[in-house]
Design a protein around this ligand. Structure first.
Ligand code: AMP
Ligand code: MG
Length: 350
């Protein structure tokens, strides 16, 4: 199939192009589009055929539910049952924005879209292109990240193009996304709301609005690798580059020395080795190919660059990759959650 690429400047949107892309969705086709978190692969959320096509294009297991994207709070009321009071509070505080709520669903959303679950994940994105596409399509848009299943999520249109060209009807190229990490997922069907996937909106920010919030222990740190995550998608290998990624933690000097030593050994045995470093440390390495993920004190920058750096390592054919760790205060939990999954929890203490 031919994939039509639309170039749309988010600041001066060409509404005719948006309408053309929206029509594809309305007619059951798939269009990838930018959101403020990562690129999504969209189809009509009420159409079981569109959901199946999304799973097929991504190579995604069909028990891994999709997030339904809306552009008006009333659409959440239209598809939810027993909506708790916390939903409105969270929506007022964080929508449009990078937060997804899980609520009980009615029959308007088919089980194909929710991977067989009686609950549905819903988000109101803030990206102007995403909002316009949803509005013009007249649909709610089911959209997981627009990557081949298992690969790092796409933060640029070219990432999507590389993964899905020829497998979907359309791609809206709206430039690089802003945040670069997927939305925070909060499950409101639990007695105490629970974060199933950490993101830019962290536990503290959520607690300020609705009181106590728990975090699914399975998505934190390395201690809980054997705990089964509640979000089906967090159970699969994900975000992973093709090379063997290891995270090195500990005191900065020791981390640098340990990575230098291991990278030297890899090079000696003819393995292509990449190093993920920060502005503060990148000049310190003499071995391997060093990619800078950003300024250590700027967590937004690190989040923004993480997936692109992992993909760049793939493009260069790196066989072994070492990364410093980034347990930063505000969104470090989200960054480390993705990095640990990408590394299949291989952590080396320096
Ligand atoms: P993606 O948009 O590719 O990041 O994938 C959506 C994520 O939301 C996956 O991790 C899903 O498992 C999760 N998710 C979607 N719907 C539900 C649901 N009803 N219950 C739990 N997790 C969900
Ligand atoms: Mg995904």
């Amino acid at each position: 199939m031919e994939t039509k690429r639309f170039h749309i400047d988010p600041e001066h949107m060409d509404i005719d192009k948006i309408r053309e892309a929206a029509k594809i969705i309305r007619e059951g086709g798939l269009v990838a589009f930018p959101t403020e978190t990562v690129y999504g692969l969209g189809g009509d959320a009420k159409d079981p055929g569109a959901a199946k096509a999304i799973y097929a294009a991504k190579g995604r297991p069909s028990d891994n539910p999709l997030i339904v994207h809306i552009c008006d709070y009333r659409q959440l009321e239209e598809i939810a049952v027993d909506l708790p009071k916390t939903a409105k509070k969270l929506a007022d505080a964080f929508w449009p924005g990078p937060m997804t709520m899980i609520v009980k669903k009615n029959s308007k959303i088919p089980l194909e879209t929710t991977g067989g679950l009686e609950t549905v994940a819903v988000r109101f994105p803030s990206h102007p292109v995403a909002m316009a596409l949803i509005r013009e399509s007249g649909c709610m848009i089911a959209a997981p990240s627009a990557n081949t299943s298992g690969r790092p999520s796409p933060t640029k249109a070219d990432h999507v193009w590389g993964d899905l060209k020829g497998k979907i009807q359309g791609l809206i190229d709206g430039g690089e996304v802003e945040i670069g990490l997927e939305s925070t997922i909060i499950d409101l069907t639990e007695e105490v709301p629970m974060i199933l996937r950490p993101g830019y909106i962290n536990q503290e920010m959520l607690e300020e609005v609705i009181g106590e919030v728990r975090v699914d222990p399975a998505v934190l740190g390395t201690e809980n690798v054997h705990v089964k995550p509640k979000a089906p998608g967090m159970r699969y290998k994900h975000y992973a580059p093709k090379g063997n990624l290891k995270i090195v933690t500990g005191d900065e000097e020791k981390v640098i020395a340990a990575i230098e030593k291991m990278a030297g050994e890899d090079e000696a045995s003819d393995r292509k080795v990449g190093i993920i470093a920060t502005k503060e440390t990148k000049e310190r390495y003499t071995k391997g190919v060093v990619l800078c993920i950003g300024d250590r004190s700027n967590e937004d920058e690190i989040a923004h660059n993480l997936f692109a750096v992992l993909r760049e390592m793939d493009d260069m054919g790196m066989e072994t990759i070492y990364s410093e760790d980034f347990s930063t205060p505000r969104i470090g939990q989200a960054i480390m959650n993705r990095l640990l999954k990408a590394a299949a929890h291989q952590v080396i203490e320096a």
